[in-house]
Design a protein. Sequence first.
Length: 148
Amino acid sequence: MVAVRYYCPRCETVVAVERDAYLSDKSVTPYPLEGWTYVAPDGDYEESDVDGVRFVCGESDGCEWSRAEARAGGTEMETGARAGAGTETDAGGCGEPFYLNFVTYEDGEEVEAAGARESEYVELAEGRVPRGPRGPNGPSGPSGPTNR
């Protein structure tokens, strides 16, 4: 058994799970993959019909929670609560579910999640500032009779 750590994709709280080293990780996602079967970290996720582990950030039993604090020389783990161990320390966490997905095989071929190849690329407007509000082009200011 080895301790393997994962980040919550929403808040970067860290979870450590003891498991056999032969399992291969595919991804950690904030949503379940379509058609995949998940169990809790204290469940038997090494059975053949299980495709991954469902965590509830900072709350799931059977794993150790901590938070990562950025330091000048890198990242330092700050130990938090071991879920279900009755400690007073709180690792925080956002309380949202996230999913560890294992690499799975069927007939010797790696199984892709349904819709995994379908992606929609979106261009974000980060860094671009509008020059003004959108709206109808009207007069630039008050205009009235001119005195000549």
